[in-house]
Design a protein around this ligand. Structure first.
Ligand code: PEP
Length: 254
């Protein structure tokens, strides 16, 4: 049994006051929801305030990214131990926007994932193909490469509860175009098999695989009802409390 995990990735949105208003509503309204883990990933400037506001609740505070080094001359960066110090318990690594616009290769994503785990945090490792790669029939090969890089040097058997894979087809992120449940399930099942081959079937069964890409209240239940879809990484729809709450409730085991 895997507890679904729904995380809101707020990207570059919301002031501290706006972040606190949203998270207070989530805390109040999701307190009684059982059977699903929930997280929010605010901008770094709001992260500590959000984590403080969430004290006493089960909602996790997540970083959207981190550097792979812990300290030193890395102007503009933030490290996993500093995110932990600010109250984060999870960090997203390898988001497609990082890969596309900030040069995060799969090798770098692996270094970041190792840094996150070394800091005692959980790592949400994002993978997903571009539209051209899907059209060229390369989806599974691209995902395999990203998994190999992103999980390099990681003992997933020891850390299964702290590793989440987020499958996010790039053509579905922020486009309003969602993978069908069947399209998503096909890749999720492939990822689960990749994890079983690379680690063990038991480890593969324990690792949660989120879907991300234009998840909204109207499609969340169908996606998350698929056998290998264990929650969602939500961008746009996580910025509105009502939408995000509806998505979280759709993930509850029936
Ligand atoms: C994301 O950024 O991880 C994402 C899935 O965004 P959206 O839900 O807006 O497509």
């Amino acid at each position: 049994m895997r507890t679904p995990f729904v995380v809101g990735n707020w990207k570059l949105n919301k002031t501290i006051a706006e972040s606190l208003a949203l998270v207070t509503e989530l805390k109040n309204q999701l307190g009684a929801v059982k059977g699903v883990a929930v997280g929010v990933a605010p901008v770094f400037t709001s992260l500590h305030s959000v984590a403080k506001r969430l004290e006493g609740s089960a909602i996790a505070t997540c970083g959207q990214n981190c550097h792979f080094e812990t300290t030193g001359a890395w102007t503009g960066e933030v490290s996993a131990p500093l995110l932990a110090d600010a109250g984060a318990t999870w960090v997203i690594v390898g988001h497609s926007e990082r890969r596309q616009f900030f040069g995060d290769t799969s090798e770098i994503v692996g270094k970041k994932a190792r840094a996150v785990l070394a800091a005692g945090l959980g790592a949400i490792v994002c993978v997903g193909e571009l539209l051209a790669e899907r059209d060229a029939g390369r989806t599974l090969a691209v995902v395999d490469d990203q998994l190999a890089g992103g999980l390099a040097g990681i003992d997933a058997a020891a850390a299964a509860s702290k590793i989440v894979i987020a499958y996010e087809p790039v053509w579905a992120i922020g486009t309003g175009r969602t993978a069908t449940p069947a399209q998503a399930q096909e890749v999720h099942a492939h990822i689960r098999k990749w994890l079983a081959d690379r680690f063990t079937p038991t480890t593969a069964d324990a690792i949660r695989i989120q879907y991300g890409g234009s998840v909204k209240p109207s499609n969340a239940e169908a996606l998350m009802s698929e056998k290998d879809i264990d929650g969602a990484l939500v961008g746009g729809a996580s910025l509105e409390a009502a939408d995000f709450i509806a998505i979280v409730k759709a993930a509850r085991p029936s």
